[in-house]
Structure formats: C-alpha cells, structure tokens
Design a protein around this ligand. Sequence first.
Ligand code: DCP
Ligand code: MG
Length: 511
Amino acid sequence: MRHDRQVRSLPSIIHLDMDAFFAAVEQAAKPSLRGKPVIVGGLGGRGVVSTASYEARRFGVHSAMPMAQARRLCPNAAFLAGRFEAYRQVSEIVMGLLRELSPLVQPLSLDEAFVDLEAGPYGPVLAEADLATAERLVVALAEDLRADIERRTGLTASVGAAGSKLMAKIASEQAKPDGLVLIEPGEERAVLGPMPVRALPGIGPATEQVLRRAGLNTVADLAEAGEAELVQLLGRSHGVGVHQMSIGLDDRPVVADQDAKSVSVEDTFEVDLADRERVLREVDVLAARCVRRLRAAGRSGRTVVLKVRRFDFSTLTRSETLRGPTDDEAVITETARRLASQVDITGGVRLLGVGVSQLADYTQEDLFAQAEREEAAAEQHPAPTGEDHGPVEEEAVVRHWLPGQDVHHDEFGPGWVQGSGVGRVTVRFETPWSGPGRVRTFAVDDPALEPARPLPLRRDAGRGEHGDAWAGDGGAGDAPAGDARAGDGGAGDARAGDGGPEDGGAAEPGE
Ligand code: DCP
Ligand code: MG
C-alpha cells in the first residue's frame, strides 16, 4: 500500500452516490411510478422535499424545497411520505458490495460512500501497475460495481474515481446520473479551476460571501490568490485548508465506519438484583448512558434491545423495533423498561444491558422522522391553525395510512397506499416484480388491510431478518472492561461475532 503525502499518483479512491436515491427506490418498488415524476418528503403543511426523481427535477423540484412549492411546480407527481426501512435495506446491499472492494469503506449517508481501493484485494495489483493499466483496472472495477448494484437492486449509481476524496466526489457529481468519471492525477487543477468556490468542501454560503467580496469567485481565483491572502480572509486553519483544496491537494484518508451496527452499554452487578423496581431503575441508568453514547456518535437508531443475564447465567435478549429512528431518551428508556417488564427475573439478575441498533445517518434519519411526525400531526389536526400541537401519540401514527406505505390485503396481496381521506384508503396492488398494478379502494379500518414491511427489490435477494442488537456487533458498542464475552453461551445471545450469516450489515442469505 502506498500513501503519498499529498496526492496519490493513482486514482484509487472512489466515491459512489446513488441517483435520486429515495425516489429511485420508490420507482423500483412501484412499477406504476417508473418514468414518472416522484417526490418524497414531508407531506404535511411545513414538509420539505427529501428528494425528487429526475422526471420531477425537470420541473425545478429539488431536495430541501418546501413541499408546498413542489406541489405547485409539479402537481401531477406522486407525492410519497418515504419508507426508511426500504432505503436502509437497499443501502445495506450497496454498502456490502462496496466492502467487497475494500475494507476501507466510509459511508457518508445511506446512499453515498468513499472506498479506498488500495486497501483492498486489488491494492497490490494497483500498486504494481503502470498508470494506464491501473486506470483501466479502476474503471473496470467501478463499472462492475455499478452493474452489480443495478443487478441486485435495479437502481443506478454514479461513481467518481480520483487520487483524493475531494476529486473523487467531484468526479461522481460530474458522472451523474448513471455514469462513471475518472479524474487522472495531474488533472486536478484543470478540473477545479473553473468551478465556483462552493464546489470545495468547507465553503458554505458565509465563506462564499467573504470570498466574493474579495473578488474571488472561482476555484482558480482561490489558487491564484495564494495561501497568505486566504489566511488573511479566512483565518489560519481554514485559509490554509481552502488553499490546499484549491490547488487540488487533499490527503484526507478514507476512514472506515467503525460502528455500523449498534450502540450498547451493560453492567454486571456485584449482588444479583432481585426486585423488579431495582431492575427498572438500573434499566433507566443504562438507557441514559446508551443515549449519551448514541448522541456522541451522532447517530439515532430504531431497534431497542434489552439484554438480561440471570442468576444461573442464562442470557436472553428482547428487542422492539420502533416505527422511526430516535435518539430520544424518554422513548428509549420507556421501550427498554417495557422489555424489562416482560422478562422473568425470579432468582435474580446478574447483568443488564441496553442497546440501540439499526443505526444510520443522524441527519437523514431525523429529516425522515420529522417528516413522519409532521404527517401524523397533519392527520390528527386536519385544519392546522399554526399552534404547536406537541408530541403525537404513537397510536395515531400507527393507524394512519401514509402515501407510499406498504400494505397487505388478505385477498389482493401486497400493495401500497396511493392516498387516503374521508374514511377511504386507495391501494395499488403491485410489487417490485410485477407489472403496473390495479387500484382498489377500502374503508380505512378494513380489517383485511394491514401495514406491511417493504419487499426486496429483487425477488431473489434474500430478505435477511435482523438479529438482535448484539449480533455481529462490530466492537464499537460499549465493551466494559472485564466483560466476560467469551463463554457467553446463553440462549438468544447471538453475540459471537464473525462469519455467521447475520454478521455484517450486508450479509445476504443465498448470495
Ligand atoms: N435527502 C434528504 N434531504 C436532503 C437531501 C437528501 O432527505 N436535503 C435524502 C434523500 C436522498 C438521499 O438523502 O434521496 C441522498 O441524497 P443525495 O444528495 O445523494 O440526493 P439523491 O440521491 O436523491 O440525488 P442525486 O442523484 O443528486 O444524488
Ligand atoms: Mg444520491
């Protein structure tokens, strides 16, 4: 492996970004929406667009736009609330394919990651090869990757390859949609020069203003201004960094995501806990610690897991999956308490643990959860009056039919909610593998109609139920000193790490 100080001499860093990700998943899952404008996001009064399909982007709709504006620009689009679980499933498949190329995979969000090819199985070959051969190999690997993603998910991805993260990311933007761009080492300044200063990471609207007032508009302007002037304008560390980037120098390493699975904490007690009140108090303490750790990692999670080891060393885990991801201490504590109250503690408890799994990118998750809350609030209060309605009862969320939501009907099978109102819900019966399906309307409380989990986008891609929070725990969870993990033989504790079919986020049974 070779790690040049400033710029690699090989374009061995790739940046992958799925095209119109949430919208593309919806089109893949819902045949009737293929080729049509699709807008995913918060559908309530103050909702914003998460993303829009390329068909909808032609009308000027884009991420972070108020939903009301999107409705005006593209009234005939399908407006969907988003299905986070489906996006996460696809993301796991994609990240798994990236990990086949290298252990150094750095996910930036559900649909985006850097990969350092030099750290993977092709590293030695790349290091030996001359530049032209190395470039051909990188291009071949990237095209295979895009083809694999399409085969496994039906979705398109764009890939950039370059000698740095900076240039790889710029390359993938140039490759969009459904393309591959390789920027040869040495071309950096030529590619960057004409770009607006905002193209560089770390230059937001405020910095852009400062630079503009100094007459610096393009990256070439920054390069010419030189380090001293940029330090004067932006301060020492920012100025130096911006100057380096402007001349194409970026030696930030690809850092593997150390904690892909769960955050958990646990405690062993000197004296077995025998009374339930005491157990619940300890659960509260553990849940609070777990939330602190979760927040420190900038994550939120969807499944709360309780681990209990009893006096006789029998160990069990209980988990509950929430409707949306959270880092809310009250929600996690309450869920862990509920799980604890279902466990038989007769004889005493030696160890308790609280964990949260199904983690993903904090900001994306929150946007999504926010969109759902808003949607639920809109339903509960059909005529919004502007006042703050406070937290939404969970029951109301569960019974509400959200546009885009997966359902199953006893007679007609799987489908999705196209819309609902005045006591009726309209369902389109189609699957990722069917042709466009028919629409039927039911009463909202029709007992034959049930919410369902997302179907895999490819019929042959295994469905992979999720293990408990500790299964495949990559070691970044809380591992208190002295925790006797080995020898943990208790039923239900699938902690033993590697190689099991459930280990690793992307394990796909049958692959
Ligand atoms: N997202 C979001 N809110 C935003 C931006 C993005 O909820 N303000 C979500 C929806 C996107 C996903 O994250 O589908 C990935 O974001 P990208 O910026 O990669 O955008 P897309 O994948 O949708 O489109 P592109 O083809 O431009 O990458
Ligand atoms: Mg994307």
